[in-house]
Design a protein around this ligand. Structure first.
Ligand SMILES: [Zn+2]
Ligand SMILES: [Zn+2]
Length: 436
């Protein structure tokens, strides 16, 4: 009885192959072919036959042409004359019990070959091509040179409003119960501002339902006159403007460090940067986001969502943004995955104003494939198959936020024009611009 592992086949195929090739074990006496008397090596199609009669039977069944005996249908088949009458040889085959249904059809053979090939491909470990490795290296290198995750060179900016205000205002005796969407459970940012220059601002705990905040926003917007526009309503805005400007400059440097980016026309470089800056900034901030405390840990400074509220941003942006940071952070991405995500966002062919659509499309596709291969190679566990689609979903999610961000920046600009930097305005403006 047989023996070799049959690999890729289905159970029925494996059984069929065994039937075809059952071998007489070596310690048994050699036996004679039931058809021609030659030495039989095993059972083929249900009967003990020689290799010659096995092949003949398969061919005869597949040809399915009617065979005719030139004599009396009584030819005796021997090793020496077995070729002389095919009709009688086939009749003998069937007489000793060889079964035509055990011969695989051409289609079955082809299917089996494909299955074996597929199995081989699955068994070969997926590997990053040298091109893909180079891409990742270039991205990592560019990213590390342009992202100061400790925010150590982040200095000389206008101070955060909560640093100006007295410390006692930031200390609350009790902590509110943890709720990731509405609470910011740290003392440094749960507070109600009593800034003399502007209306009251909301805390993390109520930023999503802060109707009074939104009301004051509208009122300020509708009124006209110097006094109103010059007053500092959004107390965190000067600092966050400086932070954002600093981040944008780094993102430009990052993009410029990439060979593929440099090879694009200036117009397309600008179109891509305008489209992706907000997204890349969020991806970078996500790398320092602590999903347990809801705090962005930027070295010596930490931020919470309330800081953005006090810079004038509204729930329509902040709510999905906060969810996005939680979702993405929970994926536990590695640095390589984060940089590939940044590059996929950067090389988005459908940004407004892009000319070399197909070139950028191909670049993005290569990046997507690199990320997919990276995940296939480097990740383990059942969740790895869902990781790539989840990353793509996060990128898609950011698309709508980019538009809302631009809208809100322009609204803030209307109210407090002096504090938004030209660079930020350039990023959010729709008009094509000539230089960065
Ligand atoms: Zn034979
Ligand atoms: Zn014959």
């Amino acid at each position: 009885m047989s023996k070799k592992p049959t690999g890729a086949e289905t159970i029925s195929e494996a059984l069929m192959r065994q039937n075809e090739e059952e071998t007489v074990s070596e310690d048994e006496e050699p036996r004679a072919c039931g058809v021609c008397g030659d030495q039989a090596k095993g059972y083929h199609f249900n009967a003990l036959t020689c290799e010659g009669c096995k092949g003949f039977f398969r061919r005869a069944i597949k040809r399915s042409t009617q065979l005719r005996c030139p004599f009396l249908n009584k030819c005796s088949i021997t090793k020496n004359n077995r070729r002389s009458c095919q009709a009688c040889r086939l009749r003998k085959c069937q007489a000793i019990g060889m079964r035509k249904e055990m011969v695989m059809s051409e289609k079955e053979v082809l299917e089996r070959r494909i299955r074996i090939k597929k199995k081989k491909m699955l068994d070969t470990p997926i590997q990053l091509s040298s091109q893909q490795k180079e891409t990742i290296q270039e991205l990592l290198c560019g990213h590390r040179r342009t992202f100061d995750s400790a925010f150590s060179s982040f200095s000389g900016f206008r101070p955060m409003d909560r640093i100006i205000l007295s410390v006692s205002e930031y200390n609350q005796p009790t902590r509110e119960p943890f709720n990731p969407l509405t609470n910011c459970p740290t003392n440094i940012c749960t507070k109600t501002s009593k800034s003399a220059t502007g209306p009251r601002t909301s805390s993390c705990a109520n930023f999503l339902s802060s109707s009074s905040f939104c009301g004051s926003f509208e009122k300020q917007k509708n009124r006209e006159g110097e006094e109103v526009t010059k007053s500092i309503i959004f107390t965190a805005l000067p600092h966050l403007t400086d932070l954002t400007t600093y981040m944008i400059q780094d993102i430009i440097s990052f993009s410029k460090s990439l060979q593929d980016f440099r090879s694009l026309t200036m117009g397309d470089q600008i179109a891509l940067l305008k489209g992706a800056t907000f997204e890349i900034m969020q991806i970078r901030f996500n790398m320092v986001f602590n999903a347990k405390t809801n705090i962005w840990e930027c070295g010596h400074i930490t931020y919470c969502i309330d800081d953005a509220v006090r810079a004038g941003f509204q729930p329509l942006l902040l709510e999905p943004l906060f969810k996005f940071h939680h979702t993405l952070r929970t994926l536990g991405l590695q640095e390589e995955e984060y940089v590939l995500m940044q590059a996929m966002s950067l090389f988005s062919p459908d940004r407004s104003g892009v000319q070399q659509h197909s070139v950028i499309d191909e670049l993005q596709e290569n990046l997507a494939l690199t990320l997919k291969t990276w995940i296939d190679c480097k990740r383990t566990g059942p969740e790895k198959h869902l990781l790539y689609p989840k990353v793509v979903a996060c990128l898609t999610e950011m698309r709508t936020m980019t538009e809302e961000y631009s809208k809100q920046v322009l609204q803030i600009q209307d109210i407090q024009p002096d504090d938004i930097s030209p660079l930020i305005l350039e990023v959010v403006s729709r008009n094509p611009c000539d230089d960065f």
